[in-house]
Design a protein around this ligand. Structure first.
Ligand SMILES: NC(=O)C1=CN([C@@H]2O[C@H](COP(=O)(O)OP(=O)(O)OC[C@H]3O[C@@H](n4cnc5c(N)ncnc54)[C@H](O)[C@@H]3O)[C@@H](O)[C@H]2O)[C@@H](O)CC1
Ligand SMILES: [K+]
Length: 492
């Protein structure tokens, strides 16, 4: 599935296929390397005009080749340049060997580099080809550069960061700026990679869009391009029933707040009507706090089954503060032909038999959204969670496929994945969004979208994005109540 180029994310494996196709279509790969290295030198001169010396650390592959091009361009601009190479440059091959020959000066071995104040380090050791933990020699240089607090410009990726997963293989540079080529890779957006990149620049080295599009999967950064076509569903001028009726299940008398946060967020996010479904013991506590949100007594599965005759209730949220796992299980199974956001205790309720839930929601269009954080994810998908080869994106997609649900795998780098293989990485969440009740608010927003008839993947992705925006707007020190109040209209 091609996605909009500016939002698309390309894995290192897809990038290699793109390189191969570019070469097959007659594009000169050395010209691509020249563009890449020249872009790095331009970034270095732009960002650090005061540099006393640019120190280019060159690795054994094409990332190193980019480094030699950058070194030559910096030298040609009159800057002072030193090159330190990992391994013997005589062993370089292809374009990297040609780039090294073009630099033309004798380089020093990497181990001989002694960082000094005024140095700007250009990290061209490893990029997309990193396949194992960096050697000790490299780790030692990373530590030395870090302890001198020298600025690092990373070529493609900070060496040590796995472009597919964002994980660190052994040790990595912490760059102040990263220049990557054509498109971002998952490692630029997933944590900890995102933090280690510093500011990120995507430079177009001239690979045609048609070649990129042919290898782009359904992975992109979360943003309005994913759901803009669905925003009309949230038309505030529509009749309240047309704007969707959302139902949220309350917890017991001492745990009603979470569901009320979901309900309030659902209303603010655009549901026309929101009803809190509460057992009799919690009715008084809820009634004392509700105004715009309606209240309905639902005490057991029989009462819920009768209520479900009302087909105008477009979506349900089950789990926030719910507590009673056995009842949660019964309710989730009863709701299996309705749109449902299953969160918190609703997810934990199926830890002993996840397949019961997955089979119940296997029919028809995807209509279940689950919003696990790490611990809840591991409870429902222990084997996927335990596989160290998978990235967070891979995990979310595998879980979505197995469960027939859209998975919102929460965290500072929330991943939203669909059973059809589409996925998005969210990047707009401020750190202070991790506060009590934040997840309840998110469930309510997604529930509102489902109630309006948005498809599950779009509803979830838009919900995560609006939640992040609300967090940014409410600002540091926010409470979950502030968060709901800060939800903005969905951009068309
Ligand atoms: N894709 C493209 O079209 C372009 C790619 N370019 C550059 O090419 C890079 C990818 O080049 P390569 O595929 O050669 O990969 P790299 O240059 O990232 O590294 C590959 C080399 O490192 C070795 N290696 C991997 N992990 C190691 C470890 N832990 N310890 C020691 N050695 C290790 C490999 O055996 C191989 O020799 C990109 O990151 C980018 O910088 C640019 O030249 C622009 C064009
Ligand atoms: K690098």
């Amino acid at each position: 599935m091609p996605v909009d180029r500016d939002d698309s994310i390309i894995t290192p494996a897809e990038m290699s296929a793109i390189d191969r196709d570019a070469a097959l279509s007659g594009i000169d790969s050395f010209r691509l390397m020249t563009s890449a290295g020249t872009a790095v030198s331009a970034a270095a001169l732009r960002l650090y005009p005061q540099a006393l010396r640019f120190v280019v650390l060159c690795g054994p592959g094409n990332n190193g080749g980019d480094g030699y091009i950058a070194a030559a361009a910096l030298h040609a601009s009159g800057a002072q340049v030193a090159v330190h190479a990992l391994g013997d440059p005589a062993h370089l091959k292809g374009d990297a060997a040609r780039a090294c020959a073009g630099w033309g000066h004798a380089g020093e071995p990497l181990a001989k580099y002694r960082p000094r104040p005024g140095d700007i380090v250009i990290d061209a050791l490893f990029g997309a080809g990193l396949s194992r933990a960096v050697p000790d020699e490299v780790a030692a240089v990373m530590r030395a550069v870090g302890s001198e607090q020298l600025p690092v410009i990373a070529v493609d990726l900070p060496s040590g960061v796995d472009g597919r997963t964002g994980q660190v293989l052994g040790e990595s540079f912490h760059a102040s700026h990263t220049v990557t080529f054509m498109a971002r890779k998952p490692g630029h957006l997933l944590l900890p990679g995102r933090t280690l990149c510093g500011s990120l620049e995507v430079f177009d080295i001239g690979i045609p869009q048609r070649i990129l599009a042919a290898h782009t999967s359904g992975l992109s950064e979360n943003g309005p391009h994913l759901w803009a076509g669905q925003a009309h569903a949230l038309d505030p001028s529509a009749h309240k029933f047309k704007r969707g009726h959302l139902a949220v299940f309350s917890g017991g008398p001492l745990a009603t707040g979470a569901a009320r946060l979901s309900a309030a967020a659902g209303l603010k996010a655009g549901a026309g009507l929101v009803t809190l479904a509460s057992a009799s013991a919690a009715l008084d506590a809820n009634a004392a706090h509700l105004t715009a949100v309606m209240l309905k007594e639902i005490g057991d599965a029989g009462a819920l089954a009768r209520w479900l005759a009302d087909k105008r209730i477009g979506a349900f949220v089950l789990g926030p503060g719910f507590g009673d796992l056995e009842t949660a299980r019964q309710y989730a199974l009863l709701l299996n032909d309705r749109a449902l956001v299953l969160d918190a205790d609703g997810i934990t309720a199926f830890k002993d038999d996840p397949s019961l839930l997955f089979e119940a929601y296997a029919q028809g269009e995807t209509h279940l959204v689950m919003t696990p954080h790490d611990g809840e994810f591991a409870r429902l998908f222990p084997d996927i969670d335990a596989d160290p080869t998978l990235s967070k994106v891979d995990r979310a997609i595998a879980a979505a496929k197995r469960s027939h649900a859209v998975i919102v795998y929460k965290g500072a780098d929330t991943v939203i994945a669909s059973p059809d293989g589409r996925a998005a990485i969210n990047t707009n969440a401020p750190p202070w969004l991790a506060t009590a009740g934040s997840g309840d608010t998110l469930a309510g927003i997604i529930g509102a979208h489902l109630a309006q008839g948005m498809p599950a993947f779009e509803a979830a992705a838009a919900g995560v994005w609006r939640h992040g925006r609300a967090g940014a707007k409410a600002g540091e020190g926010l409470t979950a109540e502030d968060l709901a109040a800060a939800i903005e209209p969905l951009p068309a």
